[in-house]
Write a protein that binds this ligand. Structure first.
Ligand SMILES: [Zn+2]
Ligand SMILES: [Zn+2]
Length: 424
């Protein structure tokens, strides 16, 4: 095929289909037919792109312009994920004739073709059989057959894993995929809304450790007034995961419970525009989030002058450490709101450090991460009572009278809450 044809075809298609004139179809069957045609067109386009990517790699066209083929694809408008898929498929297709046939005639979508490619590679790695071998060719035929019969890409991968386990040689020196830690992967990306989304793929033992650890830390904890934990299971697991990260960092310290932690977080604060506090990895955060992090996390605040040059670095002087932290642990014993163990807690400044709150016993209290968030973001308040113990005031949405509650370790004591409230 002459390469110029693609350019011509592209122009022609844009003229025919793209220039604001929608496909005219009245009958339902016409619409369905048109969808089928467009899907096939897309599949063939994906195939051509994969072949071209492999060719570009083979002849070194990208290298000559000082980039990788992936960069070349991205520079010409492909999304990075699509470019990765395109390269993977392009590299594999020449060795998979049966897949090539269904890919080139547009019967299988790029996603299905990719699933077969990954499935075949998985079985080949697991069984230590080369891709050209008879056994792997059979796997290819099976997967292509399943794909044509309507199996989804996810189902194709599941099938490939099952085949790999069944076909793995019965040999003590080869671990099954489920138990092979060398296949483990973890990745993440920042979503459009700034949140971090990730995925992991773990061997059973690591997975089991993860589940045990998260499960222990994610048990429901009743609210101070005894109502059940309102957090759904997914939220509790995520809270527990955050807790584990803190514990992991502190666990390296000898006096783990006493030491101020933790995850080393660097925020930069431009003096001129205070509302653009930035995290090192994930970008801008609100002032409220910065206050919460700064309350106890091992946060290094870097103030920037109007030219973006650091002016002052403050690290630990506002953290509760050593004897002071011990004293707070002796007084509070656990999270003052929910009773989570002291080793899971942050030391919260009752009056924010940023508002001039000092780092002293009477201005600190223990809060686990989720309760800490509740105090900073969800309307819970903490104050120091007459008795020099922390007290909690629920948000009006939970208790319209906002009756003060004693700290968790003092809930069984019969103190007059009104009296303590008067001290606020
Ligand atoms: Zn708590
Ligand atoms: Zn706090």
């Amino acid at each position: 095929m002459h390469s110029g044809i693609l350019t011509e075809l592209g122009d022609q298609l844009v003229d025919e289909l793209g220039s604001g004139s929608p496909v005219i179809a009245d009958a339902d069957t016409d619409i369905v037919d048109a969808i089928r045609g467009a899907v096939r067109l897309r599949a063939v386009t994906d195939h051509v792109l994969a072949v071209l990517a492999a060719q570009a790699e083979h002849v070194g066209v990208a290298k000559r312009s000082g980039m990788t083929v992936r960069e070349l694809l991205v520079a010409n408008g492909m999304a990075p994920v699509a470019a990765d898929r395109c390269l993977r498929v392009g590299r594999a297709l020449s060795e998979l004739p049966s897949l090539y046939r269904y890919s080139s005639n547009g019967f299988l979508s790029g996603e299905h073709v990719d699933a077969v490619v990954r499935g075949v590679a998985h079985v080949s790695t697991r069984t230590k059989q080369p891709v050209g071998s008879e056994a792997i060719t059979e796997v290819q035929t099976t997967l292509v057959g399943q794909a044509i019969s309507g199996a989804s890409p996810a189902e194709l991968m599941r099938l490939a894993r099952a085949v790999a386990i069944a076909a793995a040689p019965d040999d003590d020196t080869i671990t099954s995929a489920a138990e092979d830690a060398t296949l483990n992967e973890m990745g993440w990306r920042q979503g459009d809304d700034g949140r971090l989304q990730g995925s992991f793929d773990l061997d059973v033992l690591t997975g089991e450790r993860l589940i045990c650890a998260v499960d222990t830390a994610s048990r429901p904890r009743p609210l101070p007034d005894g109502t059940p934990d309102p957090r759904p299971a997914g939220r509790r697991r995520a809270d527990a995961f955050g807790q584990l990260l803190d514990c992991a960092v502190r666990a390296t310290a000898d006096d783990a419970a006493v030491r101020a932690p933790r995850t080393e977080v660097v925020v930069t604060v431009p003096i001129a525009e205070r509302n653009t506090v930035r995290l090192g990895w994930l970008g801008s955060i609100s002032d409220r989030a910065a206050l919460l992090a700064g309350c106890d996390a091992g946060i290094t605040q870097v103030d920037l002058d109007q030219h973006g040059v650091p002016t002052a670095v403050s690290a630990t002087k506002r953290l509760f450490t050593g004897a002071l932290r011990k004293a707070i642990i002796v007084r509070d014993q656990c999270c003052v709101k929910c009773g989570a163990p002291a080793s899971w807690t942050d030391c919260h400044h009752i009056i924010h450090h940023a508002d001039g709150g000092p780092t002293i016993l009477d201005n600190g209290c223990l809060l686990c991460r989720s309760c800490h968030t509740a105090v900073h973001h969800q309307g819970w308040e903490v104050f120091l009572g007459h008795d020099r113990h922390p007290w909690l005031i629920p948000p009006a949405t939970l208790d319209p009278r906002r009756q003060p509650l004693p700290a968790y370790n003092r809930r069984t004591m019969r103190l007059d809450p009104q009296e303590a409230g008067a001290a606020a």
